[in-house]
Ligand binder design. Sequence first.
Ligand code: GLU
Length: 469
Amino acid sequence: MMIKTRFAPSPTGYLHIGGARTALFSWLYARRHGGKFVLRIEDTDLERSTAESVNVILEGMTWLGLEYDEGPFFQTHRFDRYEEVIQQMLAQGLAYRCNCSKERLEALREEQMANKQKPRYDGRCRGQHVSPDEPHVIRFRNPVGGAVVVNDLVRGKVVFSNDELDDLIIKRSDGSPTYNFVVVVDDMDMGITHVIRGDDHLNNTPRQINILRALGVEPPTYAHLPMILGEDGQKLSKRHGAASVTDYREEGYLPQALLNYLARLGWSHGDQEIFTLDELIQLFDITEINNSASALNMSKLQWLNQHYMKTMDPVQVAHHLRYQLGKLGIDPSQGPDPVVVVQAYAERTKTLAEMAAQAAWLYRDFEDYDADAAKKHLRPVALEPLLKVREALAQLPEWEPQALHAAVEQVATAMELKMGKLAQPLRVAVVGAAASPGIDVTLHLLGREATLRRIDRAVDFIRTRAEDN
Ligand code: GLU
């Protein structure tokens, strides 16, 4: 059997972190079994669906690298097909027209509530002839008695009694098909074998199975994923910060890190934490998913992100760093190759946004010195050492880390200074702050011209301050 999974987001907002995990698990399952992965946009809610949201979802999928084999299919393009199935169901007696008034349904509901019964349609129109010319909805004739057993790959066996389910409206009085019905037609037409989705859809499943069976189709296998909670164990909401895939990208996470992190949210393989995509494809087993909710853990995501910044091909990481530099208004051609910056900074930062901010001094003159750093290191005692080191650096025949290190060391020795007494003022002079990679790497990355210019600036700064006091 050819395995086919799908990701079926409703384009009513961003690509949520939970949605991304659902997409990843569906994608992994298809890849692992040599099957196909379908993207379906569930945009029948015309009021809440937006084209912008569709774009955000497609961009998120591309950024994560979850390529789909079929689609994107849009439900709004399939209304003729849904109508065709509705007509077929009417003809076969699987569905019927219902003209119960709002008032009747409301009274029924109140009566049931008063009797402490679950409100449900009583099937009054099942045996009635309702003319297609009068206002009506169309309902599915749900089986009476018996139960629907869902053998969920995550939740295990879940049993729903048919008496709990009523005759679902499949077509509204305005002619539009309803959500649970279109999902069924799509899963059937697209040949979906495994439905992997959030467990907020578990209660829809028996209804969908009943319709599929009525249509003579064997239902797919279902796997309902538990929720993702915030770090505080509460239901995820806006106040938890980044919730959309786009947010993680903006904050400087690598897609590889986010995928690895998402895979481990609710799934594990021994105590292994780091997985390449190939390993995930080989090892991922949907039946091993934990059936309780899992909470976000930002420090773990940061740890993974740094791991990938350090170990991935720096050319690939640099591609993402360029994006972050661009956001700061920095043109990477005005400084060192971002590949080298990745190598110098991966040990020192946890996200690419942080890396870009910390490396900005390499591409443009900083505005002000960090106040504490200047107070501590750009003092009159530093004047002489800075002038001496400037002289030595200006004369260097080549601007290479080793030669740079030797030059700084020689000046320190000649002046009987500890290395730090020279390197720190020099660092603050060129970086504007007291932290950067090793002084040799720092000067090398910055280049001769900017280094000398910034030492001159620091010298002026110290002199002006001395005069002011
Ligand atoms: N469109 C639904 C959602 O975004 C998913 C439905 C499904 O996977 O069956 O929650």
